[in-house]
Design a binder for this molecule. Structure first.
Ligand code: GTP
Ligand code: MG
Ligand code: ZN
Length: 372
C-alpha cells in the first residue's frame, strides 16, 4: 500500500480493509486509489480522499464507471485506469431502443453500497407488490436492504403501525422503519444504525422521498443534478447522473435518479432472498416443479390454508416468479438468435476465405477481416 493510504484522512470515502486488499492485489502501484463520487453532464468526479475531488475521464479499456466505484487513477493524466472488482452493484435492465439492439441489456447504475434503503410513502398505503419487487432488486445488488416508510406526518400513528407490520410481512429478515422528514420522526433511529463508513443507496418510486431523506440526514439541501431527457417518448426519465453525499457522521449516501425499482433483471439470488420466508413451505411440495396453483400436496397452498402465510404473499411470489421466467426465456431466445447470426457471419467469412485462397497462390488472408 502506498504510504499516504496509511493515513485515514487520505483514503477515498468508504475505503476499508477489503479495499486495501483488493488494491494490493491489483498491483496498481503507479496509480492513486479514488472513488467515483459524482457523474453528471459535466463528467466524472473522483475523490482521492474526503473533499479532494478531481474531474477525470475513464480510459477506454475500463468498463463503464458508475457512482460508488473504487478505481485506480492516473493522477497526472486525470484518467481512471482500472476499476476494483465491485462488491455490490445495482443494475437496470433497459429495453433496447432500436429493433436490432439487444432487447434486454443490463446497465450498472451504482456500485459498492453496503445497504439499500427501500422507500415507500405511507400516505397512499404501502404497495406490497411493489415492495416485494424492490426487495428483490435490493437483495440482488448484494447489499443489505432496509425498508423505510416515509411521510409518517401525513397519517395517524395507528395507520403507520399497521402499515409497518404489513410491510414487515413482505420483508422477512429486513428492518422496517417509519420516518417523516417533516416532523423528524424516526430520523434519530436511522442515524443510530451506525452507518459511518457505510455506503447506502436509495431505492424507491419517484416521489417516495429519497432526496428529502438525503437532505434531512445531510442537514442541508443537496443539489442533485438530474438531467432530464427532453425528447423521450416515455416522459420524464432522468439519466444516470448520481452522486455520493458524505454525512457528518461518515455515512455515504448515494442518490441516483435511475434507481426507482422498475424492471427485474435476472434476479435469481435476489428473488430467493426476498422470498426466504416461503422456502420452508416450498420444500414440502410433493412435486419438484410445483407451480403452487392447483397441484395436490403443495406446501405453499397448505401453508395458506393453515394460516401461516397470506394468500397475497403467495400471489406476489407467483407473479414475480412468472415475470422472471419470461425474462429468462426472452433472453435465451435473443441469445439463440444472436448466436445463429454470428454463426452465419462466420460461415460467410469462411466461405470468402476459401474462395480467396483458391484464387491466390496459397497465401493467408487472415488479416482482411476487419470490415465488421
Ligand atoms: N409531508 C411530507 N412530505 C414529504 C416528506 N418527505 C418528502 N415529502 C415530499 O414528497 C415529495 C417527493 O419527495 P422527494 O424527496 O423529491 O422524492 P424522491 O423520491 O427523491 O423523488 P424522485 O427524485 O422524483 O425520484 C416532495 O414534495 C417532498 O416535499 C415527509 O416526510 N412528509
Ligand atoms: Mg429525488
Ligand atoms: Zn407447491
Amino acid at each position: 500500500m502506498s504510504p499516504v493510504l496509511d493515513q485515514p484522512q487520505m483514503q477515498p470515502p468508504g475505503w476499508n480493509n477489503h479495499w486495501a486488499q483488493e488494491w494490493s492485489r491489483s498491483q496498481a502501484d503507479s496509480l492513486t486509489p479514488c472513488r467515483v463520487v459524482r457523474i453528471d453532464k459535466g463528467g466524472i468526479m473522483a475523490a482521492t480522499s474526503s473533499g479532494e475531488e478531481h474531474l477525470v475521464v475513464a480510459a477506454k479499456a475500463v468498463r463503464r464507471v458508475v457512482v460508488g466505484d473504487l478505481c485506480g487513477l492516473d493522477l497526472a493524466a486525470g484518467r481512471i485506469e482500472l476499476i476494483l472488482p465491485r462488491r455490490t452493484v445495482f443494475e437496470r435492465r433497459s429495453p433496447g431502443v432500436a429493433r436490432d439492439q439487444l432487447q434486454l441489456q443490463s446497465r450498472p447504475l451504482a456500485a459498492n453500497m453496503d445497504r439499500v434503503f427501500v422507500l415507500q410513502p405511507l400516505e397512499s398505503g404501502v404497495n406490497l407488490t411493489r415492495l416485494a419487487r424492490e426487495l428483490v432488486l435490493a437483495w440482488e445488488s448484494g447489499a443489505q436492504p432496509v425498508v423505510i416508510l416515509t411521510k409518517a406526518d401525513l397519517v395517524s400513528a395507528e395507520w403507520a403501525e399497521q402499515e409497518r407490520s404489513e410491510a414487515q410481512r413482505f420483508a422477512p429478515g429486513v428492518e422496517v422503519h417509519v420516518i417523516s422528514t417533516r416532523s423528524a420522526h424516526g430520523l434519530h433511529e436511522l442515524r443510530s444504525l451506525h452507518l459511518a463508513g457505510h455506503t447506502i443507496a436509495m431505492l424507491g418510486a419517484s416521489g417516495a422521498g429519497k432526496s428529502s431523506l438525503v437532505n434531512a440526514l445531510a442537514g442541508h439541501e443537496v443539489q442533485l443534478v438530474a438531467e432530464v431527457r427532453d425528447n423521450d417518448r416515455r416522459g420524464r426519465h432522468t439519466t444516470s447522473a448520481g452522486q455520493i453525499i458524505e454525512l457528518e457522521d461518515g455515512a455515504l449516501l448515494i442518490d441516483t435518479p435511475g434507481i426507482r425499482g422498475v424492471g427485474l433483471w435476472s434476479a435469481d439470488d435476489g428473488f430467493e432472498k426476498a422470498f426466504d420466508d416461503l422456502s420452508v413451505y416450498v420444500q414440502q411440495c410433493r412435486f419438484a416443479d410445483c407451480t403452487h396453483t392447483i397441484e395436490p400436496g403443495c406446501g405453499l397452498l397448505q401453508a395458506v390454508s393453515d394460516g401461516h402465510i397470506g394468500q397475497d404473499r403467495v400471489h406476489v411470489f407467483q407473479e414475480l416468479a412468472v415475470e422472471l421466467e419470461q425474462l429468462e426465456e426472452g433472453l435465451e431466445t435473443r441469445e439463440r438468435e444472436e448466436q445463429r447470426e454470428r454463426n452465419q457471419r462466420s460461415r460467410r467469412k469462411a466461405k470468402r476465405r476459401d474462395d480467396d485462397s483458391s484464387e491466390s497462390t496459397g497465401r493467408s488472408y487472415e488479416l482482411g477481416e476487419e470490415e465488421e
